[in-house]
Design a protein around this ligand. Structure first.
Ligand code: CA
Ligand code: CA
Length: 98
């Protein structure tokens, strides 16, 4: 019986580094590449919504997408996407200072 448990644990341990590697890969490429799931160099609204799924609901994501899509071509360029990313990290201070 214990063999089965051992196999299950081994399988879990083996799949763990794979999951970590995937996360590392996303970090290396950056959030833009991670969000651009079909790799066409642009982040569509669907891709953006999927990318921020854990952070905001679909409605908020769609609104944020519209805000970031400065040239209104229906997709985010790397620059447009980066503007949204920067806002979260560095841009806040100036706005809050009033
Ligand atoms: Ca894309
Ligand atoms: Ca755009």
């Amino acid at each position: 019986m214990q063999k089965h448990i051992l196999i299950a644990v081994t399988a879990a341990l083996l799949s763990l580094p794979l999951a970590l590697n995937a996360a590392d890969e996303a970090k290396k490429k950056g959030p833009f590449m991670a969000a651009d799931t079909n790799g066409d160099g642009k982040v569509s609204q669907a891709e953006y919504v999927a990318a921020v799924k854990g952070k905001m609901d679909e409605k908020a994501a769609a609104a944020k997408f519209a805000e970031l899509d400065k040239n209104k071509d229906g997709s985010l360029s790397r620059e447009e996407f980066a503007a949204g990313e920067g806002e979260k990290k560095g841009g806040k201070k100036k706005k809050e200072a009033n």
